[in-house]
Design a protein around this ligand. Structure first.
Ligand code: PEP
Length: 251
């Protein structure tokens, strides 16, 4: 049995005070209610320390949206995995399509980052997904296979227990267009097959694969009911505590 994982990716939203407020509102909704899913929030780098203080005794996992692939050095504007580890981060989102698109992150760079984050003892959420053009050209599987294989190059089977893959079709991110549960399930199943071929059936069966792309409370239940969908990476809908909480309750 895989424990589902739902993470709110706040992107470049919410100043530090507003981040604290949002996480406190979320904590109030969750209260002592037992959830069937692991929960995480990914504020901006600037808000991580403040939010970390609030979450010190909380089951909510602290996630970063990115990091650099070196430990330290002359990389103006960057932060490292060891820095994130020191302030209590649990997960780092890597290879998000916005980073691939706007910051030109290649599969090789994503792979270097994955290695660094695992080396720092943290968990990884590695994002993969095709663009609309690629889906229309019918090369979704090829694109996803390349991203998964290159992103995981050199990662050991034992470290795979600290890797989550998020399947996020680029055409569904922030567009209001969601992949149908079956479209998502097909790619999730395919990702599990790739991981089986790279590692083993055991590793693949333990791997949690999140879906991301315009998930909201109105469509979460249907998506999460699919056999190979083990949670969600939620953008826009994670910025409202009540809506995010409803998504968490969809398991
Ligand atoms: C995301 O950024 O990872 C995402 C899935 O965004 P949205 O839910 O807004 O589509």
């Amino acid at each position: 049995m895989r424990e589902p994982i739902v993470v709110g990716n706040w992107k470049m939203n919410k100043n530090p005070d507003a981040s604290v407020q949002l996480v406190q509102e979320l904590q109030a909704f969750i209260g002592t209610n037992g959830l069937k899913t692991q929960v995480g929030v990914a504020p901006t780098s600037l808000s991580l320390v403040k939010v970390s203080e609030i979450l010190s005794n909380s089951p909510i996992k602290l996630c970063a949206q990115n990091c650099h692939y070196e430990d330290d050095g002359a990389f103006t504007g960057e932060i490292s995995a060891t820095m994130l580890q020191e302030i209590g981060c649990n997960y780092v989102i890597l290879g998000h399509s916005e980073r691939r698109q706007y910051f030109h992150e290649t599969d090789e760079v994503v792979n270097q980052k994955v290695k660094k984050v695992l080396e720092a003892g943290l968990n990884v959420i590695m994002c993969v997904g095709e663009t609309l053009e690629e889906r229309e050209q019918d090369i979704t599987n090829q694109v996803v296979e390349r991203q998964v294989k290159k992103g995981l190059k050199g990662i050991s089977a034992s470290d795979m227990d600290r890797v989550v893959i998020a399947y996020e079709p680029v055409w569904a991110i922030g567009t209001g267009k969601t992949a149908t549960p079956q479209q998502a399930e097909d790619v999730h199943r395919f990702i599990r097959e790739i991981v089986t071929s790279l590692y083993s059936v055991d590793v693949a069966n333990r791997l949690r694969i999140q879906y991301g792309g315009s998930v909201k409370s109105a469509n979460a239940k249907e998506l999460f009911s699919m056999e190979n969908i083990d949670g969600g990476l939620i953008g826009g809908a994670s910025l409202k505590a009540e809506e995010f909480y409803k998504i968490l309750c969809s398991f």
